[in-house]
Design a protein around this ligand. Structure first.
Ligand code: MG
Length: 334
């Protein structure tokens, strides 16, 4: 477990000053997207418009339909940029009866609020179809991503993530790949060039299986998810298989703890992972902007819905992830 630093009287005083200064952080005028432009998969690297590798660090919002719903706003996006130095955020459209299936307008509005705020803040944003069963209703994803591509496809900020985590009981060849090809075709009808990230078998771990039978598209990466308490070198070995074949990977979600969101913060394992991500110039988003009572949530229930969080509003995992993201350079040479 990562040691927890108790907030000092001084820190509490500073937080009070900060809190009184502004209700919502002001949106910055320029940033990471202005510097690197539309991202592109170039063999095993994600590069900017100048052809140089870009390695982003940021945070994923939690499922849009539950505890995380209150955080889907510009205040939080701006706070993640200003205070966490995030270069990317991930809007996780929850697809289940309580989410997009049952309340499509409400959940889509949350996600587009984050997308619009990310564009205004000059951040990259993943539009994440956060579903374990996406192949069972491909027509829904096709319609949603068609709309997103028409609305946002001209913006360099946008990255499409079309299947969060396929489960282990389906196959790449028969279930995931045919679904992905349908959704990709729908996106490409309106947006020929923005990066698309495809989920891989077994909760986006089997990048070796997906890249053995790759999808043909000019700008594609494969999802690699890890939870540091559960996944170690054997998963990095799978990643190396895909990278050595010349395919780009994107860590659209990772956690400090066990794969079920519990356990402690496994700091040594996170460090091994971050060394690996740095070495291979990979981008990553920490799970999650959430105040659910589990280790992976970055927030405590005291956290304000619009950002301006003090140390005491963060969970141990949140404090740990914040330090890591603040110290990450998008330029892999630094
Ligand atoms: Mg485009």
């Amino acid at each position: 477990m990562h040691p927890i630093k108790l907030p000092s009287v001084l820190a509490a005083f500073a937080a009070l000053l900060l809190f009184s200064s502004s209700a919502i952080a002001a949106p910055p005028t320029s940033g990471i997207v202005s510097a690197h432009g539309r991202l592109r998969a170039d063999h095993s690297h994600i590069v900017g418009e100048d052809g140089k590798p870009v390695s982003l660090a940021g945070v994923s919002f939690g499922w849009s339909q539950w505890e995380a719903a209150r955080f889907y706003n510009a205040g939080v996006v701006n706070w993640l940029k200003q205070d966490w130095h995030a270069s990317i955020v991930r809007a996780a459209l929850g697809i289940d009866p309580a989410g997009y299936l049952g309340q499509p307008a409400e959940n889509k509005a949350r996600v587009t609020a984050v997308i619009d705020a990310a564009i205004a803040a000059d951040l990259y944003v993943l539009i994440d179809w956060h579903d374990h069963h996406a192949h069972q209703h491909p027509e829904l994803a096709v319609a949603f991503f068609q709309e997103m591509a028409r609305r946002y496809g001209h913006k360099p900020n946008i990255i499409y993530e079309i299947y969060n985590e396929p489960m282990g009981d389906i196959t790449w060849a028969q279930d995931i790949k045919p679904y992905a090809e349908r959704v990709i075709a729908a996106i490409r009808a309106s947006d020929p060039d923005n990066l698309i990230v495809v989920g891989t078998p077994t909760y986006s771990q089997d990048v070796d299986l997906a890249t053995a039978d790759p999808i043909k598209d000019p700008n594609l990466a494969y999802s690699l998810h890890f939870y540091a308490g559960t996944h170690k070198q054997s998963l990095r070995d799978k990643a190396l298989v895909a990278l050595n074949r010349g395919f780009a990977l994107f860590v659209t979600e990772w956690g400090t703890c066990l794969a079920d969101g519990a356990g402690g913060v496994d700091a040594p394992s996170v460090q091994e992972w971050m060394t690996f991500l740095r070495e291979h110039q990979l981008s990553h988003c920490n799970w999650a902007v959430y105040d659910k009572h589990e280790t992976a949530s970055i927030l405590a229930p005291t956290a304000a819905s619009i950002g301006n969080w003090t140390d005491a509003d963060l969970s141990p995992s949140g404090r740990f992830a914040r330090e890591l993201i603040r110290n990450w350079s998008a330029d892999p040479a630094k």
